[in-house]
Write a protein that binds this ligand. Structure first.
Ligand code: PMP
Length: 449
């Protein structure tokens, strides 16, 4: 490893950072994280902080799970790679698919298609949704519906159903035939409706209208996150996802639950769909499937979808997949990670610690006027919307957001900024004391605004 001076000098020189401006990175160099233990990270200057981001909503088991590390190391020596394209398979891939299917059995998920991450999983679901309808003789069903403020990764398909302008605008034209409904976001919505249940009804009506306008026989799928993550931790009313399920069923539209964040315990249940009592037709997953220890995603198919592909014989050929689909080392990470997720029952800790974090932030909101909205209360996903004027709901400026972030970091907690929101998704193994540290650090951050 090169020395610290080399790393600092070259940080953001050759390396372009995702989701950042290369022209800004020299002036505002990204923090160099060089180590991690439990729920905490340590930067190159030796400063440690509780990682309230969980890497990137993904390090569900924390950084010190030796069983997962050992499983990855062992597999590297047994078989570091072999393709799973038709014609070959490998033992960990077979076992990992079995484990994932078992894990998500209550969600009705019966088949597993491995990918290299969340964007790949979304892309897989979108593409196979079109193929599903084509195999059923409904080739006109090619369009997609999704929600504003939704985040579905950065491939062209995912960006096309993405509901945030900043992830779309520079990359247009995107996929034609993608239409966006309002987000179930009571704090800001075009109906000015603050009651979450009434808002759910209004969006359901907007969905019905859009389906009538487009023609149901042109729509392949509706994709949504059970709780919108990157868009600001937007928690819908409990009736919302069941309503969407019912509308999709009535119009022959597939429901894709994008569980890249919400899968594997984050919401306090094993999936976001299960949290809301819904069975999707497809599920995109990643992140928690390996707790960030290896880049893996999975697109999951319900029995209804599987039947159509499998009943079509050779015509049901899936001409889609990735070199690293069902990578043996990744698959070994999946097996170990799921075993650990179940053994440690991380969903239960997520529910308890999630409540502590949410309640703590609500208390801070009583003291700080800059807190416009606090969202969460369903597992370890918490969003705080920061405003410069509470009555006018004016989004806080970027400089102040950066100051809050840096002060909180220096006080011992790494949080994530999403525009004028603070987003938190710590490891699901986090302790009571570590949540207290996050809350104290946030307090100092808000005091610096
Ligand atoms: N879908 C959702 C809901 C996500 O939150 C993300 C990533 N945050 C993605 C898809 C894309 O995943 P990845 O970054 O692994 O490609």
């Amino acid at each position: 490893m090169k020395d610290e001076n080399f790393l600092k000098e070259n940080n953001a020189r050759q390396l372009w950072h995702p989701m950042g401006a290369p022209g800004d990175a020299q002036a505002n160099p990204p923090k160099i994280i060089k180590g991690a233990e439990g729920s905490s990270i340590t930067d190159i200057d030796g400063h440690s902080a509780v990682d309230a981001v969980g890497g990137l909503w993904c390090v569900n088991l924390g950084y010190s799970n030796d069983r997962v590390k050992q499983a990855i190391a062992d597999q590297l020596f047994d078989l570091p790679y072999y393709s799973a394209f038709a014609g070959t398979s490998n033992p960990p891939a077979i076992e990992a698919a079995y484990a994932v299917q078992e894990f998500f059995a209550p969600d009705g998920m019966e088949r597993v298609f491995f990918t290299s991450g969340g964007s790949d999983s979304v892309e897989t679901c979108l593409r196979l949704a079109r193929q599903y309808h084509r195999l059923r003789g409904e080739a006109t069903r090619t369009k997609f519906l999704s929600l504003k403020k939704g985040y579905h990764g950065t491939h062209f398909g995912g960006a096309s159903v993405n509901g945030n302008n900043r992830f779309r605008i520079n990359y247009e034209p995107l996929l034609p035939g993608c239409f966006h409904l309002p987000s179930p976001y009571p704090y800001r919505n075009p109906f000015n409706e603050t009651d979450p249940a009434k808002l759910a009804q209004l969006i359901a009506q907007a969905m019905e209208d859009e389906i009538q306008f487009q023609g149901a026989n042109t729509i392949a799928a509706f994709i949504m996150e059970p709780i919108q993550g990157a868009g600001g931790v937007i928690v819908p009313d409990a009736t919302f996802m069941p309503l969407m399920r019912e509308i999709c069923d009535r119009h022959g539209i597939l429901l894709i639950s994008d569980e890249v964040i919400t899968g594997f315990g984050r919401t306090g249940d094993w999936s976001g769909a299960r949290h809301w009592g819904v069975q999707p037709d497809m599920m995109s997953t990643a992140k928690g499937i390996t707790s960030g220890y290896f880049p893996v995603g999975a697109a999951l198919m319900s029995g209804k979808v599987a039947e159509v592909f499998e009943g079509a014989g050779a015509d049901g050929g899936i001409y889609h997949g990735y070199t690293y689909s069902a990578h043996p080392v990744g698959a070994a990470a999946v097996i170990a990670c799921l075993e650990e997720t179940l053994r440690l029952d991380t969903k239960t800790n997520a529910a308890v610690r999630g409540k502590q974090l949410y309640d703590g932030v609500c208390k801070l909101a009583e003291r700080y006027d800059i807190i416009g909205d606090v969202r969460g209360g369903h597992g370890l996903m918490t969003g705080i919307e920061i405003v410069s004027d509470r009555a006018a709901k004016t989004p806080m400026d970027g400089e102040t957001m950066k100051r809050i972030h840096q002060t909180a970091y220096e006080a011992g907690a790494m949080v994530r900024l999403g525009m004028h929101n603070i987003l938190m998704s710590p490891p699901l193994t986090i302790t009571e004391g570590e949540i207290d540290t996050i809350l104290t650090a946030l307090d100092k951050g808000f005091a610096s605004a």
